[in-house]
Design a protein around this ligand. Structure first.
Ligand code: PMP
Length: 352
C-alpha cells in the first residue's frame, strides 16, 4: 500500500479532529515562568523529580534516546501508557464502530479483542495452525474490505513462538489495511524484528514495550513504531499527558544502562531453557512447547487440577486451557532461579 492509500484508512472524524493543545507546546524559549496549566508551583514530594509540573506531552527527550538505540527517527515513535494504549488508539483511529473489523490469530493476547469490543468493532478470529503458524490462505479468504487492522503477535502470547518475517511480509504486501506486529517479547527471540520493514511499508505498525525485557512493567511505557503520518494521527487522539514524570525518569535511567539489560535478557533466556528441560521430566507434564519469549506454554495431564495445586502452594501461573489449541495448557513465566526451582519442587509433589 502507498502512504496515501494508508492514510485513507483513517476514520474521517479522526482526520478532521482538531487535537487538544497546550500553551506550553507553543513556547520554545527555555526557562519561562509557567502560569499556563493551573499547576501548583511548589515541588513538595520529590526533590529529584518535578512532579508538580505536567510532563512533556510528546516525550521528546525519551524519543530521542529510543531513536538512537533503535536506529529509527524520533518522528516514527509513539509512546503510550503501555503498548495497550497503542492497541486501543489504533482501533479507534482506523475502525468505524459497528461496520469495521479487526483480524486476530488465536490463541493470542486478549487485549486486541477487548479493545475492539469496547469500541464496538467486530473481531474476525483466525485459528493458528497446529504448529502455531499463521494459515495465510484462510486469512486472505476470510477478511473483507471492512477488515481495517490485523494484529500479529510475534512472539505470540500464549504460544511463545515467533512468526517468520517472510509470513509477515506476505501479509504486508497483500493486505489492504494496517498490519500491527506486536513484538512485546522480541528481545527474547532470535527472529528479526519487523522494524527493518518500516520504511518499505507505510501500513506497518510495530509495537514494543518496556514492560518485559526492560523490567519496567510498573512504569507503563509502550512504543508504537510507524510512518510519521500514522504516529501524528495517534498523537492527535491520545490524552495529552499520557506518560508521567516518574515513568519518564525511570526510562531515561534504563536506557543509559542498556548493556545491563541485555545481559539480563540472555540470563532469562538460558534460565528458560533450563526450566523447559526440568518441566519436561515431570510426570504431570505432557510437553513443553518451544519458546521465543520469557514464558513457556506447558501441556499438562490436567490443567485445572495442576493450576489449583500450584495456587494452593502459593504459585500463580496462567491457566490457558479454554483457549483454542491450548487444551490442558498452563502458561508459566520464567522467574528468578529460586522461583523456578520452587515451581519444579512443588510440581514434583503433585499427585493426580
Ligand atoms: N503485547 C503482548 C503480546 C503482551 O503479552 C502484553 C502484556 N502481557 C502486552 C502487549 C502489554 O504490554 P504493556 O505492558 O506495554 O501494555
Amino acid at each position: 500500500m502507498t502512504l496515501s492509500e494508508t492514510l485513507e484508512l483513517v476514520r474521517p472524524n479522526i482526520m478532521r479532529l482538531k487535537p487538544y493543545s497546550s500553551a506550553r507546546n507553543e513556547f520554545t524559549g527555555g526557562n519561562a515562568i509557567l502560569l499556563d496549566a493551573n499547576e501548583n508551583p511548589y515541588n513538595l514530594w520529590n526533590d529529584d523529580l518535578t512532579v508538580n509540573r505536567y510532563p512533556d506531552p510528546l516525550q521528546r527527550e525519551a524519543k530521542l534516546k529510543i531513536a538512537k538505540i533503535k536506529g529509527i527517527s524520533p518522528e516514527q515513535i509513539f509512546l503510550g501508557n503501555g503498548s495497550d494504549e497503542a492497541v486501543d488508539l489504533l482501533i479507534r483511529c482506523f475502525c468505524e464502530p459497528l461496520t469495521d473489523s479487526i483480524a486476530i490469530f488465536s490463541p493470542t493476547y486478549g487485549i486486541y479483542s477487548v479493545c475492539a469490543d469496547v469500541n464496538n468493532v467486530q473481531v474476525k478470529e483466525f485459528i493458528l495452525n497446529n504448529d502455531f503458524s499463521i494459515n495465510l490462505q484462510q486469512f486472505f479468504n476470510g477478511i473483507s474490505p471492512s477488515t481495517k487492522v490485523v494484529f500479529i503477535c510475534s512472539p505470540n502470547n500464549p504460544t511463545g513462538n515467533a512468526q517468520p518475517i517472510g509470513t509477515i511480509e506476505q501479509i504486508l504486501s497483500k493486505f489492504r489495511g494496517i498490519v500491527v506486529v506486536d513484538e512485546a517479547y522480541i528481545d527474547f527471540c532470535p527472529e528479526k524484528t519487523s522494524l527493518s520493514l518500516l520504511n518499505r511499508y507505510p501500513n506497518l505498525v510495530v509495537l514494543q514495550t518496556f514492560s518485559k525485557a526492560w523490567a519496567m512493567a510498573g512504569a507503563r511505557i509502550g512504543i508504537a513504531f510507524a510512518n510519521p503520518k500514522i504516529i501524528a494521527t495517534l498523537n492527535k487522539v491520545k490524552f495529552p499527558y499520557n506518560i508521567g514524570v516518574p515513568s519518564l525518569s525511570v526510562l531515561s535511567r534504563a536506557i543509559e544502562q542498556y548493556s545491563n539489560t541485555k545481559s539480563l535478557i540472555s540470563q532469562i533466556v538460558s534460565e528458560r531453557e533450563l526450566l523447559r528441560l526440568r518441566l519436561q521430566q515431570l510426570s504431570c507434564v505432557k510437553m513443553v512447547y518451544p519458546s521465543d519469549s520469557n514464558f513457556l506454554l506447558v501441556k499438562t495431564t490436567d490443567a485445572n487440577s495442576v493450576y489449583n495445586y500450584l495456587l494452593n502452594n502459593g504459585i500463580v501461573v496462567r491457566n490457558r486451557t479454554h483457549e483454542p489449541l491450548c487444551n490442558n495448557c498452563l502458561r508459566i513465566t520464567v522467574g528468578k532461579p529460586y522461583e523456578n526451582s520452587k515451581l519444579i519442587q512443588i510440581l514434583n509433589t503433585y499427585r493426580p
